[in-house]
Ligand binder design. Structure first.
Ligand code: 5AD
Ligand code: SF4
Length: 409
């Protein structure tokens, strides 16, 4: 979401006469579009702002970070501007101020998005913003505001434009895409409409285990250009903690929905987010998380240690945190368990054929290309292939957890 917003901000400013530079030292204005979902990236964003402010730059704290702690940010930034106020950026730039009303609609911002200049082979399209779920640990409802779905026409226009400019992959994004709803059109309808526009690869994220439906799985199966990949945050495998977190599903329901998805969609990969050490988490709760991990066989996972985030309800509710050593130990065990499954899954890929979309090169060796399978698994190929190219490969080995493919010609 922040990447998309940053791209559009860049385009909006260039169209209004500003110049873009990759080197912050050369810039007069520094914009930091920061995430506050977890503690570490937030600290980093504040450090970056302070660094440039101290060196005399005009600094702008943008995005969720602006929404969370505006008073603290004033000392390191000239402008504090939240995600729903980007529309005003061109007018307010150069003046100091705080712009953090989130009950607004980003009409002008989306107009820029619909015609952005730098179109890459793979592009994001925002379909909804905000979240009304108020999961106990989460700041998003406070930083992004209430759920707002974009009109079907605007989304279609943006997808058509991006495809006409050469985008082959479109990822529909929103905090909770499954609750998309606009004038009677729900998420499965929207997905179907986007599929018929015809990008070669369509993805969407993030889904919610409570809001996703079998109808979505049916649409995914029906269209070859909707990729068989589902990012479905689990958070914890303990039904007791899921309730504390206000997630709206049980351990059994999560397992059921993922099994059903795998049954309906051939070769589906499932990725997830998991959190350990939520306050009051017992060893038994944690064991249940490991159980779900083994049962669902995730294709990959992002794993976090809980951090209290103001003003989420959990921040105020619990006096005590799980001791750091226990949290770190649980995180380690979780990572190891996931790693074991992932290694096995990657090894099963050996000898099979996959279609890759090349998206970059190895940092160590620019003659080694990286690409993603339809299931969003990164594969490397020992050849230099232009980004944005589709190629078919056969996996010949797995290095670490990365499959290595040979091009089929
Ligand atoms: N502490 C740790 N992880 C968090 N996430 C969200 N809020 C917190 C928090 N307070 C994780 C969740 C979410 C992902 C984007 O970040 O797993 O799915
Ligand atoms: Fe946060 Fe929950 Fe909304 Fe996801 S669904 S953005 S975790 S409140």
């Amino acid at each position: 979401m922040n990447e998309y917003d940053s791209d559009v901000i860049k385009d909006m400013l260039i169209k209004n006469g500003f110049l873009y530079t990759k080197s912050p030292e050369d810039a007069d204005i520094i914009i930091v579009n920061g995430c506050v979902v977890r503690e570490k990236p937030e600290k980093k964003a504040v450090e970056v702002l302070k660094y440039f402010k101290d060196r005399g730059k005009f600094t702008i704290a943008a995005g969720c970070i602006a929404q969370k702690d505006k008073d603290a940010l004033k000392s390191v930034s000239n402008i504090v501007i939240g995600p729903m106020e980007y529309d005003s950026l061109v007018e307010v730039i150069g003046k100091d101020g705080v712009y953090t009303d989130f009950a607004r609609y980003r009409y002008r911002f989306y107009k820029y998005a619909e015609k952005r200049k730098d179109v890459s082979f793979s592009e994001y399209v925002t379909i909804m913003t905000g979240c009304d779920n108020f999961c106990s640990y989460c700041v998003v409802p406070f930083t992004r505001g209430r759920e707002q779905s974009r009109s079907v026409e605007a989304i279609r226009r943006e997808v058509e434009y991006l495809v006409s400019k050469g985008a082959v992959e479109i990822t529909l994004i929103g905090q909770n895409v499954n609750s998309y709803f606009y004038n009677g059109v729900d998420f499965k309808d929207l997905l179907e409409k986007v599929a018929t526009v015809g990008p070669q690869r369509i993805r969407f994220t993030t889904s919610h285990p409570r809001d996703i439906s079998v109808a979505v799985f049916d649409v995914m199966r029906k269209y070859d250009n909707i990729m068989p990949w589902l990012h479905l945050p689990l958070q914890t495998g303990s039904t007791r903690l899921l309730k504390e977190m206000r997630r709206g599903y049980t351990k059994e329901e999560y397992i059921y929905i993922t099994k059903l998805a795998r049954k309906i969609i051939p070769d589906l990969t499932i990725s997830t987010d998991i959190m350990v050490a939520y306050p009051t988490e017992t060893e038994e709760d944690f064991e249940e998380t490991l159980e779900v991990v083994r049962e669902v066989q995730f294709d990959y996972a992002y794993m976090f240690i809980y951090s209290p985030r103001k003003p989420s309800s959990a921040y105020y509710r619990y006096k005590e945190q799980i001791p750091r050593e226990i949290a770190v130990k649980r995180h380690r065990r979780l990572v190891d368990t996931v790693q074991e499954i992932v290694t096995e899954k990657r090894t099963e890929m050996i000898g099979k054929r996959y279609r890759l979309l090349i998206d970059g090169y190895s940092k160590k060796n620019p003659n080694v290309s990286r690409g993603k399978t339809e299931g969003n698994i990164t594969v490397v190929v020992n050849e230099k292939i232009p980004v944005g190219t589709f190629i078919d490969v056969i996996i010949k080995e797995v290095r670490g957890t990365t499959p290595v493919g040979i091009v089929i010609r």
